[in-house]
Ligand binder design. Sequence first.
Ligand SMILES: Cc1cc2nc3c(=O)[nH]c(=O)nc-3n(C[C@H](O)[C@H](O)[C@H](O)COP(=O)(O)OP(=O)(O)OC[C@H]3O[C@@H](n4cnc5c(N)ncnc54)[C@H](O)[C@@H]3O)c2cc1C
Length: 604
Amino acid sequence: MAVTAEVRKEQIRQAEEVLGLEGRRLGFARSLFFGHFRADLMFPWPQLEPAEQRAVEELVGEFRQFAETEIDPFEIDRLADIPESVRHGLARLGMFGLTVPREFGGLGLSQSAACRVMEAVGSVDASIAVMLNAHHSIGLRVIVLAGTEEQKQRWLPPLARGEVLAAFALTEPNAGSDAASIQTTATPGEDGQVYYLDGEKRYITNGAIAGVLTVLARAPVPGREGTHVTAFLVTPDLPGFEVVEARMPKCGIRGTVTSRLAFHHMPVPASNVLGRLGEGLRLALTAIDYGRITFGATCTGAAKVCLQAAVRHACTRRQFGQPLAEFEMVKEKLASMAAEVFAMESATHHAAALMDAQTGDYMLETAMVKVFASEALWRIVNDTIQIFGGQAYFADEPYERMMRDARINLIGEGANDVLRAFVALVGLREVGQQLKVLADAIWRPWEHWLELLRFAGRRIYFSAPQIPVTHAELAEEASRLAHDIAAFGKAVESALLQYRESIVERQFVQKRLADAATDLYLACCVLSRLDAWLDRPDESGPALLNRGRLFLAQASRRVRQHLHALRDNDDALTTQVADDLVNGYRAGVGAAPSPTAGAGAEFA
Ligand SMILES: Cc1cc2nc3c(=O)[nH]c(=O)nc-3n(C[C@H](O)[C@H](O)[C@H](O)COP(=O)(O)OP(=O)(O)OC[C@H]3O[C@@H](n4cnc5c(N)ncnc54)[C@H](O)[C@@H]3O)c2cc1C
């Protein structure tokens, strides 16, 4: 049954509280919803400092050397385990503490630098990438973000050295995408020195092998009613900590340990509360930005491997008397792969740089990178398999494994559907608030002349923002992108005027706006990067420019299609068909046809 308007309102209120959007200056992606282009956040294209660039190159070189001799992704998949020797080798390289500050024994890299390293990891093995991401980007990240000095001193050094693994435990049987539904409880003991945790967690990466886990549970907060999600540092030696299932067998990333855990009246010292009571969800959301951006990097790494392999195969395999690469349908796949790889890499670098600059508002960008990169990799693996034909279907080639491994990226750290709704609603929020003010102003223009004037100004601004590219070669692309941004701003406003508050229920609309916004953001990143590249073109020559241009052209076409579909669509019929299925199932008759039913059975 659908939730009531009251419940929805309360959910929105809670979400707003967790997101802490109030008063924050609009970041790059949120500005797009106004039809604006914040040039200060996109130009000049961010680069690593030369010293850090050298450090990254050195580390990536060492990692690749280690991987060549010591990492066997086939074996990791077959044995469903990452060998101890690999973990030790990664630890020696410092991979468990990439961004941990040096004072706590880490390498102290920026997020941008860490993403370059994680891209290399993603190109070698997805299980290692996910294990490291769970440990580093979310697991220990919460301690870096919110730990007390004592907690940092105690935990960060062994975590950074890889002697202890970290895990992050949010998901429960009844709390997946809906993280606020967490039911694990944390009941304070009488002396206030301890909290007793009761509940279950599932699908926890590193769960059974972690030495420290951040567990989210509901605790009472002085001065507030009810219980609120709070983060606790938990060690597996606590009485009442149970590993229900250490390694859940799964589709891909089989080398990772994914666990089910239970806590039975488990006493956790009050000194293990991480951050403030009741701020667990906010902390989780902040940490997850780092996880999402790392997905962008690791997906890029895997996508580059596929692209290289697909080109090689297309050039060497001959059919009908010519290499596969001569067929236009193969060319189309190769070209789109190259364009998307360029875009996912660009957006990952840009969003990571926003995080390093602590611009404060980058949660849409990290969500967009995660959605785009995970889906682009899925398409790229699929196209690679198609180009390889039957050969890719067998387990002596890496592609069937890469396909299984890649699937998790669309689900983990926020299912992509949920992230699309998130991107749209957070992006729409500010515009919606301004339009609400405007609606009041129209009835009392003499009191609200300033708002009306601003609105009029914005409508003029819709004529297209300035995108300050310095190279004439890109002027046409910049102008097209500026027009697309303006058209998007108008479409946002129209959608809000049409649906008003009910837009929170309109996921067809949300999806189109989120996808258009994502393409616009990625296009801006690609354009800015090309502009910087033209300052000092390297040996890649016009090839790189062409890839970027192809992405810009494809993204622009998709944006226009999404905006067009806001007016011309099959939404009503789609809803009807889905509702028929659901109602049929509920009534127990005419249920969705069984997959084993014979052809035509569904029409009987
Ligand atoms: C291998 C693996 C490792 C994981 N590691 C961790 C970990 O270390 N720590 C941790 O806490 N969790 C972890 N997870 C859990 C993961 O984050 C969740 O699986 C994910 O958040 C989705 O939750 P769910 O599986 O309960 O799916 P559900 O919430 O039941 O959602 C199922 C589907 O319903 C749709 N859906 C749900 N809500 C909406 C909505 N509002 N709008 C539109 N569509 C919607 C989406 O298509 C979604 O994919 C892991 C999961 C896997 C598979």
